[in-house]
Design a protein around this ligand. Structure first.
Ligand code: FES
Length: 155
């Protein structure tokens, strides 16, 4: 959803559910993110106008907490571990293969918004290294070729 196509009607309905209360910033941002998948600038401006909460305060909260995203994510979130155990067993090659094959930069999103990739450091399953988690599904002992093929099959 680009900034231009950000439909604010559902956000208005959402904000009405908070009316009459002191507007709670974090729950509002959480529900807004559930609505759009991230926090679009247009939505933050609309929240500010409706609630009277300063845009700078909303941005401060949104950038402080790791749970909030200010850019649109891909439909599939690929988290590749590059902790020590995974690194020595080939994580860099897996990362490079995904970047090249799916046109998704580490820490970024593919132009078609199909994939986002995050690099994480130890998912607590070093015995399965190198490991990745895709949309909450764990992929252990991955190799570049097989992993890329698995990712390409995602709709
Ligand atoms: S280093 Fe990757 S799971 Fe621990």
């Amino acid at each position: 959803m680009s900034e231009e196509t950000c439909d604010l009607r559902e956000l208005e309905v959402l904000l009405e559910t908070f009316q009459g209360k002191k507007y709670p910033v974090i729950p509002i941002l959480q529900k807004t993110q559930s609505l759009y998948g991230y926090l679009p600038q247009a939505a933050l401006r609309a929240i500010s106008e409706k609630t009277g909460i300063a845009l700078s305060q909303l941005m401060g909260v949104a950038t402080f907490y790791a749970q909030f995203r200010l850019t649109r994510q891909g439909r599939h979130l690929i988290r590749i571990c590059d902790g020590t155990a995974c690194h020595v067993r080939g994580a860099p090659q897996n990362i490079e293969a995904v970047e090249d094959a799916l046109n998704v930069p580490a820490g970024g999103t593919s132009p078609d918004y199909k994939y986002s990739m995050e690099i994480v450091y130890c998912l607590g399953s070093c015995g399965l290294a190198p490991i990745a988690v895709v949309n909450d599904q764990v992929y252990g002992k991955i190799d570049p070729k097989t992993f890329v093929e698995q990712l390409k099959k995602l709709e």
